[in-house]
Write a protein that binds this ligand. Structure first.
Ligand code: SAH
Length: 405
């Protein structure tokens, strides 16, 4: 077993059970990509078992802080079972669930989502890549499912020196594993979220197919639309129309979904129909949101409720300043477009923008817009994307529900 020794004074992070060792903390030692290494302090004392990643600035991701732990198939099965058991106690109102959320579940770099009876996996670190087959088999054992689709196409793989890889890893799509019946449609799945039917595609969709992290905020939005009697709704960055389905379920009369992805809008149209909504109640706009909001202002339009759920503008804190300007701009425009008494749900999924900073950015947007608003609620990601006490970096999605005064 290879040993990685840390520089003096760099032990504290692992001692506090934070799973990352940055390259600058390593005094000596190395290993192959994904190899299990023993990490010791400057004094030689055991700190953690981890996976070595020669290409990444996160040089080691810790598997375990227990010196007696063996990192083997039984270890992965036990961690997966623990993550799944946690979800079963969370009261998740959907058969689309995040079963494993990386570091928060003691499996750094691994994301597993379940959509009905199909599992999707993302191997986002050298360590998870090395244990790919072991993890796949353990996951089938832990869930009792058969179909497993790999979506290892997230940009983080490049930082780990790993190529993109997508495709069926187990089960071939038709459920019986014999390879027959595999066709174009077999990656299309329907989930039931808070009673709504939502279609998605695990091969073609964003991330692993759907934005599961917004599940409870979509449901909450439906309740607010009803409570406030919102009739006209603008859903910006709509993707496949999750918030639009929610708005119509909440009694909205006219909903507009804006996104720059034509396939996402096609799926949104399908999702509205599946839930029994008349096409006349809905408009789909394939456009850049910023440009569309400016156009709406020019046309003096107003909306009773607006959702702003943009993509990640700031992956890390280094991008925060430019991202802040982009967030401020769309929030300023949206606040101006709100009818008096209107509702704005505004989000940031940027890890580099804290909840506190986001609040400040939106406050600045309100001042620039000349609009005052009350914070009805602070919003966060669904509980199956947990933030643990030991790994605050896991907190990425934050939002505000604002009522225009
Ligand atoms: N609210 C959605 C998730 C939004 S993800 C849900 O609940 O499922 C962000 C979306 O923004 C993606 O669908 C992406 O296609 C879209 N997007 C990214 N940049 C955009 C832009 N400049 N204008 C319009 N849409 C954009």
């Amino acid at each position: 077993m290879k040993t990685i020794q840390l520089r003096e004074g760099k032990e504290r992070s692992l001692q506090r059970r934070h799973p990352w060792v940055f390259s600058g903390s390593v005094a000596k030692g190395g290993g192959d990509a994904g190899e299990t290494v023993r990490v010791v302090g400057h004094d030689g004392g055991f700190l953690a078992w981890g996976a070595f990643s020669p290409a990444s600035s996160i040089r080691v991701r810790a598997w375990s802080f227990d010196a007696a732990q063996r990192i083997d198939a039984a270890f992965f099965l036990q961690r997966l079972q623990r993550a799944i058991a946690l979800r079963s106690r969370m009261g998740i109102a959907s058969d689309g669930q995040r079963l494993v959320h990386g570091e928060a579940d003691g499996l750094p770099g691994l994301v597993v989502d379940r959509y009905g009876d199909v599992l999707t996996l993302q191997f986002g670190s050298a360590g998870t890549e090395r244990w790919r087959d072991t993890i796949a088999d353990a996951l089938l054992q832990a869930t009792g499912l058969h179909r497993l689709y790999e979506r290892s196409d997230a940009s983080v793989r490049a930082l780990e020196g790993l190529p993109e890889r997508t495709g069926w890893l187990r089960g071939e799509g038709d459920g019986d594993g014999d390879g027959e019946g595999e066709g174009e449609g077999d990656t299309a799945i329907t989930i039931t979220e808070h009673g709504w039917q939502l279609g998605l595609d695990v091969a073609l969709g964003h991330k692993t197919g759907y934005y599961l992290d917004q599940r409870d905020n979509r449901h909450h939005f439906a309740r607010l639309v009803r409570q406030l009697g919102c009739r006209t709704v603008l859903n910006c960055y709509s993707y496949t129309g999750g918030f639009s389905v929610a708005a119509l379920a909440g009694g909205a009369q006219q909903v507009t979904s804006v996104d720059s992805s034509a396939p996402a809008l096609a799926q949104a149209r399908d999702n509205l129909r599946r839930n029994g909504h008349d096409d006349a109640a809905h408009a789909f706009v394939d456009a850049d949101v910023n440009a569309y909001l400016r156009q709406c202002l020019q046309d003096s339009r107003q909306f009773d409720a607006i959702v702003l759920d943009p993509p990640k503008f700031a992956p890390t804190a280094a991008h925060a300043e430019r991202a802040a300007r982009a967030y401020k701009d769309i929030n300023r425009l949206a606040l101006k477009l709100l009818a008096p008494g209107g509702l704005l749900l505004t989000f940031s999924c940027s890890g580099g923008v804290s909840a506190d900073l986001f609040h400040k950015i939106v406050a600045g947007a309100g001042i620039d817009a000349g609009v005052n608003a009350a914070i009805l609620q602070r919003l966060e990601g669904a509980p199956d994307h947990p933030t643990t006490l030991e790994f605050p970096e896991g907190e990425y999605l934050k939002g505000l529900a604002l009522l225009r005064c």
